[in-house]
Design a binder for this molecule. Sequence first.
Ligand SMILES: Nc1nc2c(ncn2[C@@H]2O[C@H](COP(=O)(O)O[C@H]3[C@@H](O)[C@H](n4cnc5c(=O)[nH]c(N)nc54)O[C@@H]3COP(=O)(O)O)[C@@H](O)[C@H]2O)c(=O)[nH]1
Length: 746
Amino acid sequence: MNDSLSSSVLLSEIDGAPHRTLQELQALLDNAGAGIVFIRERQVVRCNARFAQLFGYGSAAELIGQRSESFSLGRTAYRDLGRAAFPVIAEGKPYTTEREMRRRDGRRFWARLTGSLINTAEPLDGAVWVIDDLDAQKTAQKQLEAALWEKQTLFDHAMVGIVYLVDRQMTRCNSFFESMLGYGPGELTGCSTRLWYASDAEWDDISQRSQPVLQRGDSFAGEVSICRKDGSQIVCEVRSRALHPGKPEQGSLWTVMDVTERRNAQAAVAQAQVRLARLVQERTRQLSETVDSLHREMEERQVDRDRIHWLAHYDALTGLPNRTLLAERSRDAIAAAQQGGTPLAVVFLDLDHFKHVNDSLGHRVGDALLVAIAERLRAVVRDKDTVCRLGGDEFILLLPGANAHGAERVAGKLLEASKPPYQIGHHELTMAPSMGIAMFPGDGADFDTLTQSADVAMYRAKQGGRNTYRFFTPEMQAQSARALTLENALRRALEREQFTLHYQPQVCLASGRLRGVEALLRWQHPELGAISPAEFIPLAEDSGQILAIGDWVLRTALAQLNTWQRASHAVPGVAVNLSAVQFRQPGMPERIRQMLAEAKLPAQVLELELTEGVALDDPQAASATMDQLNALGVRLAIDDFGTGYSSLSLLKRFPIHKLKIDQSFVRDLGEDASDRALVSAIVRMAQALGIETTGEGVETPQQLAFLLEQGCTEAQGYFCARPMPGDALPGWLHAHPQAAGKAPVA
Ligand SMILES: Nc1nc2c(ncn2[C@@H]2O[C@H](COP(=O)(O)O[C@H]3[C@@H](O)[C@H](n4cnc5c(=O)[nH]c(N)nc54)O[C@@H]3COP(=O)(O)O)[C@@H](O)[C@H]2O)c(=O)[nH]1
């Protein structure tokens, strides 16, 4: 049945109505937006197309006779509807309900049903039901309700305060906001927002900041300080938006979040960061200081290392290589000489009498002199040569490639270079070297042997008169070995009582009487035999042992004199040789005084024989010492006069009692006219100065006669007597009564 048919059916069914009205009703049914159905005896008798459409039928005709129950969800629902609707429509009132209905395909949908009886007086005539599809409306409503529920849930359970404000008054807020501010439910509703601001200024400030933004329709975000009910303050982050930007009267929605803890934490973090930054800065500074100081320390250590290395290899005073560096260079030079078959020379250089400069002018002058000498030495040699300072006044020159001729030339240049005086402060000093030269490989195949050989040669140069050089020879080695042996043996000689004194008479030439005796040291070694003082005294002087030995000589000689005198032997005095080393020993006059006192002898019995050298280096000091000795009453004699650096002014300045004319002049008096002239001159000069003279080494009567003739005071020599042990002298005196003063002068 189609819709037009259904309308025509409807029209034909309506009896007695004016045709026009019927047509209008039919049009109304056909075009009604709601479904309309006539139910009689629980069956569809009429319906419109909308009804058929609502329930999923193709046309209204399809539904004629359809049981009305089929539109309900089931029998129960159908009965419920009937029970609810009938009492109402039975009274002639329309019954309206909203229920779920079922479509043809079983799907449910919400509908609003409005039913009324067609004829109240005759219920069996049926009822007319108008059905509105509420499904879309219901769905929308459900969605709305869900949304509202969600919104409310959000509102109620949000972890942020939510506030609705109108004109700065609270219209609504959630419980979170209330509890955040410490208020009870509803306590804030209707309150002015001024309530939670500390001051009007703060209240106005938030308003002034937010209103322009909200009016523009933008979101406002800011931070405010809010007072809680208990007066405490919290910091809140607020966000707001106008509900209707154009309508301020509708108010605004605010979300409020307590960020106090976060802010406190941030502040704490910021403070911690500041502290940390400071700490880092401080640590960085410390670190950088540490790094700097480490750098400095490393640099200092490097400087120290360099310095230590330098000190280990160079002489601190002169800056010349030291022995260690010389040894290294020598090894290289020797290896190169061996490989290349080239020559190599080593020069050992020792300054003559340098010690006297130190002793007399002090170490500062001595050091400055060494520096100046080092410069000259360096200037003489080639770059590839090494000038090394061993220490003290000893230097070694390593001359790679130099043969004997070359080494000799260098030695000559060194002698030449040392000639001009050195100006050290206001002192003008001359300093000559003695040098020994050793050649590789003949004089030594290694550094130690070469330097040893050069040293031995240098020693010979010294013995040979100084200010010269000597090449090493194997004989020198033997002599040097003996010197070493003697030096070692000498150390024990005193304690092993290997020394004795012999005494040689000194006889007055005029009277023949004994004027005194010279004590002469004798060393008898069990293996080496008798060793001459001429050989061992210089060694004892070099090693310093002469001081102890000299003391022993003095004490022994004085003791012997005491013995003789107590035994009434006519020995007026004793002469003792005093080496320059002894003479310069501090406190020496006082020492002598003590010894004389110990021997209970007057000073006048002692004559000290000094060599001219004692006054050579420091005449002033020598003069002072001599004055002290003279003041004691000790007699002073100049030994070996004429052989040294005789200075006539020496005789004038010093309190000298006697000159001992060296035996080298006496020896040849018979043959050598110049010796005779010399001896004669010495005697006359001494006489003129009131100084006595002794001719040494008188071996013949001619020598004696010449000396007597010249007016020499006394004689000493084998002709008169050989040196003899102390206990032999009384016998000699007995044999020579004239000497003992017991016979008339011949
Ligand atoms: N510092 C010290 N020097 C000392 C001491 N004892 C000795 N000496 C010195 O040693 C040198 C050698 O002395 P010596 O071998 O004893 O020779 C002396 C005499 O024996 C020797 N002499 C004496 N008369 C003659 C002679 O007629 N002919 C000759 N050929 N020799 C003779 O001369 C030496 C004495 O010399 P001098 O002392 O110069 O008077 C010698 O330099 C000693 O000084 C000591 O204890 N301390």
